[in-house]
Design a protein around this ligand. Structure first.
Ligand SMILES: C[S@@+](CC[C@H](N)C(=O)[O-])C[C@H]1O[C@@H](n2cnc3c(N)ncnc32)[C@H](O)[C@@H]1O
Length: 381
């Protein structure tokens, strides 16, 4: 087996059960290390973990299991973890669409699997998982019995030296699907849309935010209108820059019997420069402005601009939810953003709830990057 020797300076990461070992943390790679082959991680001859090695990727080694191993048969480990992840989601009863597998947080580096009824949409984001595709597909067919499995290739595959090309892997996939979530209906376009068709990760937060504000909701960065539709307010305004998203909002309002609403196809930054109406619930759910730490300053400034202007539109005793879907901006940075924004607007905010991705997107404490969606729900007091 290929042997990857870690530098002494990086050894403490193993104690912390970190699962990504970077190129700069590796001393030598012995053996024929092809992208995605199985390797053992060592330090001065001591075995530390088994995992995927990819010399083409900055994240050169990804841990599958730490020593002492309970099982050394990788195919068996992968199959058992797929089964465990699927059974874990059996408890989620309030929807017909769930994330079944969430990569490292389910012990399966690079594998994302979402189920929309009988349709499976999946991604193989690491060379190691890509090599195991046939095994994964076979296991999903046996365990989930889907009508079809579609691979949505993420751009991140380029970092692993893999081609980016969507493919039907099994059976047939519906072009469109109606997500039924907590009694609400949403059209999801399964191929060629944002994410795998719907923001499954915001399920719980949509429910929480909908408990506050029922007169006038402003859904900023609305995508298909999840937050605004859940809120069922007397009046709702949805803002998104994408034409496709606005079309989905209109369809979803019709599906849910929502009539008193407006859609605005516009850049939120521009919209906020001229908006004068007032709201008792405002949602700010932007895309990842800061994909990494380098882009942090610009992203924080962007979030502040939006928050300051949204707070000006928020009624006294109204609620505002603000999200970040990049782990470069977490709870700490969001708290700082709302604190400085409220000072600028000269208002006080009470924190009602810390929000995070729903439970089918697990956050493992030893994998900080698995907490990628954070949010705050606040009240203007
Ligand atoms: C994270 S998604 C929102 C998900 C949505 N809240 C939901 O629960 O389904 C972000 C959305 O912001 C939109 N967007 C990105 N940049 C924008 C901008 N500058 N102004 C308006 N919309 C933007 C994208 O089209 C996308 O639909």
């Amino acid at each position: 087996m290929v042997e990857v020797e870690i530098k002494s300076t990086a050894l403490n990461k193993i104690g912390q059960r970190a699962v990504w070992i970077y190129n700069r943390e590796i001393k030598t790679i012995k053996g024929d290390a092809e992208a995605g082959s199985i390797a053992v991680l060592t330090h001065r001859g001591k075995k530390l973990a088994i995992g995927f090695v990819n010399p083409k990727s900055k994240i050169t080694f990804r841990v599958i299991e730490f020593y002492p191993l309970k099982n050394s048969d990788i195919e068996q480990i992968i199959e058992r973890r797929i089964e465990k992840a699927i059974r874990k989601r059996d408890q989620i009863k309030n929807t017909n669409s769930v994330r079944l597998i969430h990569s490292e947080a389910d012990g399966l580096p690079g594998l994302i699997v979402d189920r929309y009824g009988k349709n499976i949409i999946c991604s193989f984001d690491t060379a190691g998982m890509d090599r195991l595709k046939a095994l994964v597909v076979d296991k999903l067919i046996k365990s989930v019995k889907p009508n079809g499995i579609f691979e949505k290739a993420n751009k991140v595959r380029e970092k692993e030296g893999l081609p980016v090309e969507d493919k039907l892997l099994y059976g047939n996939i519906d072009d469109e699907f109606i997500v039924e979530e907590n009694g609400r209906l949403f059209k999801a376009v399964l191929k060629g849309s944002q994410k795998t068709g719907f923001y499954l990760d915001q399920r719980k937060n949509r429910q929480i935010a909908s408990m506050y504000g029922n007169r006038r909701t402003l859904d900023l960065f609305s995508f298909s209108g999840g937050f605004g539709i859940y809120a069922k307010a007397e009046y709702t305004k949805f803002v998104d820059v994408s034409e496709k998203a606005i079309k989905l909002v209109e369809k979803n309002c019709a599906l849910n019997g929502i009539e008193n609403y407006d859609t605005v196809k516009m850049d939120v930054f521009k919209f906020l420069e001229s908006e004068k109406e007032r709201y008792d619930l405002i949602i700010i759910d932007p895309p990842a402005f800061a994909k990494n730490k380098n882009a942090l300053k610009g992203a924080i400034n962007g979030l502040k601009f939006i928050t300051i202007n949204a707070l000006r539109l928020l009624e006294q005793n109204g609620h505002i939810a603000i999200f970040s879907c990049s782990n470069a901006i977490g709870f700490e940075q969001l708290l700082q953003v709302v604190k400085t924004s409220s000072q600028k607007v000269e208002c006080e905010l009470e924190l009602i709830s810390f929000l995070k991705q729903d439970v089918d997107h697990p956050f493992l404490i030893n994998i900080p990057s698995s907490l990628y969606l954070t949010g705050l729900l606040l009240k203007k007091v």
